[in-house]
Design a protein around this ligand. Structure first.
Ligand code: SAM
Ligand code: DTB
Ligand code: SF4
Length: 349
């Protein structure tokens, strides 16, 4: 354990945390994380917000847009997902989108102020042939000036390396839940498979985007355990999406006991405390949250969202509603890095 770090298990004081006590840790015990999640709510939020301000602009939120580039007919059985071929859901399957359509959607996202464009494919893993097609998309999106992110399922080391060489900025691959609850959600690939893919991504030098889903019927200890897995990685994921389950009819997890809103906010605060430098993304499920709950999540340290009317197959908040909320909260979207933005302008001129 880093000696200068306050022991969260013993700290219930709401005193600000000096910068010198916030060395990054990778050795959190489950008990420490449970203790953070159980702090008096105001202490938890104060502590999370104090750390947040040490490392981030408190009034800035990064916005990413999502596009499903290949939808449905997935061989995996993830119990939450509309796109598994094993579930009887009402989604329209689509083959890999043509490059022109991806470019069109990316330009719209960029013009709406997104700084990152995330493309998702319903694959267990990409074939090398499909990977080359995705790489063309990554390169075209980079030309708009936005950061690029893809989520394509499991990757080999060679595939990660190929994506890195192509200039990919982020790879999203979620742990989804705790190792203990994992078997209740997915049976067609293991928790270790996920860790292996994340290791390949990290080793090839791509930024890691990894988080999970809350509200799948897991217990508080599973949330602590999932956060422990993320926080004890050799390097904290640069981006940590925290999704609230979007319940989709026809999926096995439809009808799960959801998560209490306050518990959700606590989990965001804990993610901020455990991984102070990371972007914590308030991801799927915002559609079901009140403005006030989202505001609490931002206060607890969430500093990124998915922006745009659609996630992958389900509705997201309306962009106008998001802009109105940002306005009421005095939040501004993070700017696209200026050199990238110039590159984008040059391209669209
Ligand atoms: N097929 C790839 C994979 O699973 O790695 C990429 C796409 S997958 C849809 C990306 C992530 O979205 C999942 O790991 C899960 O965390 C999240 N997700 C999918 N469906 C969701 C739902 N109904 N509610 C909340 N999050 C969801
Ligand atoms: C992540 O953590 N959440 C996003 C993204 N990564 C790919 C996906 C959310 C999907 C929500 C359900 C849907 O639209 O199908
Ligand atoms: Fe397939 Fe990804 Fe959905 Fe799992 S989450 S069923 S891997 S698209």
């Amino acid at each position: 354990m880093t000696q200068t770090q306050n022991s969260p298990a013993q700290t219930t004081s709401a005193q600000p945390i000096p910068a010198s006590t916030t060395a990054l840790r990778h050795d959190w015990t489950l008990q420490e994380i449970e203790a953070i999640l159980q702090l008096p709510f105001n202490d938890l939020l104060f502590r999370a917000q104090t750390l947040h301000r040490l490392h981030h602009n408190a009034n800035e939120v990064q916005i990413s847009s999502l596009l499903s580039i290949k939808t449905g007919a997935c061989a995996e059985d993830c119990g939450y997902c509309s796109q598994s071929a094993k579930h009887n859901t009402n989604i329209e399957r689509e083959r890999l989108l043509p490059l022109s359509e991806v470019i069109e959607k990316a330009q719209i996202a960029r013009n709406n102020g997104s700084s990152r464009f995330c493309m998702g494919a319903a694959w267990r893993n990409p074939t090398d042939k499909n990977l080359e097609k995705v790489i063309e998309m990554v390169q075209a999106v980079k030309d708009t000036g936005m950061e690029t992110c893809v989520t394509l399922g499991m990757l080999s080391q060679a595939q990660s390396q190929r994506l890195k060489e192509a200039g990919l900025d982020y790879y999203n691959h979620n742990l989804d839940t705790s190792p203990e609850f994992y078997g209740n959600v997915i049976t067609t690939r293991t928790f270790q498979d996920r860790l292996d893919t994340l290791q390949h991504v990290r080793d090839s030098g791509i930024n890691v985007c990894s988080g999970g889903i809350l509200g799948m019927g897991e217990k508080a200890i599973d949330r602590a355990s999932m956060l422990q897995q993320l926080a004890n990685m050799a390097q904290h994921p640069q981006s940590v999406p925290i999704n609230m389950l979007v319940q989709i009819e026809g999926t096995p997890l439809y009808g799960s006991e959801g998560i209490d809103g306050i518990e959700f906010v606590r989990s965001i605060g804990a993610a901020r405390i455990l991984m102070p430098h990371s972007q914590v993304r308030l991801s799927a499920g915002r559609h079901e949250m009140s403005d006030e709950m989202q505001a609490l999540c931002f206060f607890a340290g969430a500093n990124s969202i998915f922006y745009g009317d659609k996630l992958l197959t389900t509705d997201n908040c309306e962009t106008n509603d998001d802009l109105a909320l940002f306005d009421r909260l005095g939040i501004t979207p993070s700017k696209v890095d200026s050199s990238r933005a110039e590159a984008g302008k040059a391209h669209s001129a």
